[in-house]
Design a protein around this ligand. Structure first.
Ligand SMILES: [Zn+2]
Length: 124
């Protein structure tokens, strides 16, 4: 089960990024998870509250984008999702020789910070 360590790492990355942006709390963090990583988004969401507890990411919205496995055919260049084609073959030429294009991602994509009220310095 790698989900707990994965989400802890993502939370740390997000908090570091938030600090670099001047601090404040996180409103949301977006992560991309490739289907080949074996990481299940369900568990990332499940462990997120615990992983973010006591950090600026506590209470933030976790947005997970699942990236499907795509392969580009080494014979004709067609990009396809092998899981959706018969025999995992290229739908155009039938070749099984493919190069993985996407599906290995495991990354913090984006963070959104809560709006920090600006000091105007004006007395009423
Ligand atoms: Zn092909």
């Amino acid at each position: 089960m790698h989900e707990m360590s994965t989400i802890v790492r993502m939370v740390n990355l997000a908090c570091e990024a938030a600090r670099r942006e001047g601090g404040g709390r996180l409103r949301s963090l977006s992560i991309r998870v490739g289907a080949m990583t074996g990481i299940l988004p369900y568990y990332l969401e499940k462990y997120f509250p615990e992983a973010s507890k006591g950090t600026p990411a506590e209470g933030a919205v976790l947005k997970i984008t699942e990236v499907p496995v795509t392969v580009s055919c080494m014979d004709c260049g067609t990009v396809y999702e092998p899981e959706k084609t018969p025999g995992r073959r290229c739908p155009r030429c039938g070749s099984i020789r493919g190069r993985v294009q996407t599906g290995r991602e495991l990354m913090l994509d984006q963070i959104e910070l809560e709006e920090v009220p600006q000091e105007t310095g004006k007395d009423l």
